[in-house]
Design a protein around this ligand. Structure first.
Ligand code: ADP
Ligand code: ASP
Ligand code: MG
Length: 410
């Protein structure tokens, strides 16, 4: 009997009607003779609301209690999904993260799954019971609830598929696959039928939130048969033309640039007059890391006089108050001048073809210049180029770059 993991994201379980529609899909897979594990997200908007409560309570909230609060959204949907399945005469129960258990490290707010105990779950699957697992939740080494970072239900699903050696992991969402860019911003975006794990990791880490980066890493490491499918409509599983993740690059639609990704709501912090001495970066970034602030781009300018330099880094806008508070703990902070710019966005072009093709950066910069868009920070890797620009120009930049790199649908 094949085992499959079916994951439903926030918009696919946004209300009772949607949960019922998702339950119909699960029932159809059961009828086809599959053992099914269902992973559910919180109803759309719920996690944002819970995060908002934490921030409202305190800018330096205890990250362990944050996990207690924000993990609760998934608990609700797991119970409701189990009920919906029972209504369809399917034996089903919820398994909270700690009940499975899904073990993680102690990095609250951004935990990594270290192992999953599957014996009890497997026993019940063998009896024909459907397991409903709330995504996003884990249990730390210290026996506390952890969460896997935003979008983490994808990772719960893939990690369960890997641990159970499932035949398939189907990620049901509100788009019918992975596109060359977010189809909400660029209607001309094209659906990618097959994409390599590497490119998807890069696209996801640069903001294409259709899959959490870590879920793709786990899929790649464990060779999980992972596909992204649309949750609307009647069809299920491999009947649907979604996007299949693959290790086999020969099969791929090869283009120099395979996609454009963006991250809105970036903030930039610049520290002026930073002493140009060894160890200074560690002094600045240690308090940020202790406060569980995710720092993204980092730029250190050369010092013009040999004594002092400027250091710039970016964080998400929501984390800015926490970052600034953490900086107060930097030794000698009173001598630093801190400048903050909000309302920025990061736009990136991604493609494995960049390794062997030149001129991508210049095309990117020319395209942005033609639209009069100023670049604040640039960062590159072998297969991507990212620029930080004003948030107001983000959509324009994404559209222009998508078109400039020949990704628009004919
Ligand atoms: P879920 O709640 O199902 O996890 P998410 O909102 O996390 O769904 O991810 C799906 C969304 O990702 C889509 O609605 C789409 O707007 C966005 N998205 C961003 N980039 C892409 C892309 N390249 N391809 C498809 N969707 C993308
Ligand atoms: N509910 C969590 C979030 O919104 C996890 C997920 O949906 O994947 O980030
Ligand atoms: Mg998601």
């Amino acid at each position: 009997m094949p085992t499959i993991v079916m994951k439903f994201g926030g918009t696919s379980v946004a209300n009772i009607e949607k949960i019922n529609a998702a339950a119909d899909k699960v029932a159809a897979e059961v009828v086809r003779g599959n053992k099914v594990v269902v992973v559910v997200s919180a109803m759309s908007g719920v996690t944002n609301k819970l995060v908002g409560y934490c921030r409202e309570m305190s800018s330096m909230y205890d990250i362990r209690e944050y996990d207690t609060v924000v993990s609760s959204g998934e608990q609700i949907t797991s119970g409701l999904m189990a009920m919906a399945l029972q209504e369809r005469d399917i034996t089903a129960r919820s398994w909270l993260g700690w009940q499975v258990p899904i073990h993680t490290d102690n990095v609250h707010g951004q935990a990594s799954i270290t192992s999953i105990e599957t014996d009890a779950l497997q026993e019940r699957l063998n009896l024909g019971e459907v397991a409903v697992v709330p995504g996003f939740q884990g249990l730390t080494e210290r026996n506390r609830i952890s969460t896997l970072g935003r979008g983490g239900s994808d990772t719960t699903a893939v990690a369960l598929a890997a641990a159970l050696k499932a035949d398939r992991c189907d990620i049901y969402t509100d788009v019918d696959g992975v596109y060359t860019t977010d189809p909400r911003i660029v209607p001309e975006a094209q659906k990618i039928n097959r994409i390599s794990y590497e490119e998807m990791i890069e696209l996801a880490s640069l903001g294409a939130k259709v899959l959490q980066t870590r879920s793709v890493e786990v899929a790649m490491k464990n060779n999980v048969n992972l596909q992204v499918l649309c949750s609307f409509g009647e069809e299920i599983g491999s009947d649907l033309p979604g996007t299949l993740l693959t290790a086999n690059e020969d099969d791929m639609e090869t283009k120099i640039v395979s996609g454009v990704a963006y991250q809105a709501d970036e903030a930039k912090v610049t520290l002026l007059n930073v002493p140009d001495i060894p160890g200074i970066a560690s002094k600045i970034f240690k308090p940020l890391s202790n406060a569980a602030v995710n720092v993204d781009m980092i730029v250190q300018n050369i010092s013009s006089n040999g004594d002092a330099t400027d250091m710039t880094f970016t964080v998400s806008k929501g984390e800015l108050p926490r970052a600034l508070k953490a900086l107060e703990q930097v030794e000698g902070v009173d001598d630093l001048e801190i400048r903050v710019a909000e309302d920025l966005a990061k736009v990136s072009v991604v493609g494995v073809g960049m390794i062997t093709n030149h001129g991508i950066a210049s095309t990117m910069f020319e395209t942005l210049a033609e639209k009069n868009i100023n670049i604040e920070v640039v960062s590159t890797s072998e297969i991507k180029i990212s620029v930080l620009i004003k948030r107001d120009y983000m959509e324009l930049a994404v559209r222009a770059l998508h078109s400039a790199f020949g990704l628009d649908q004919e």
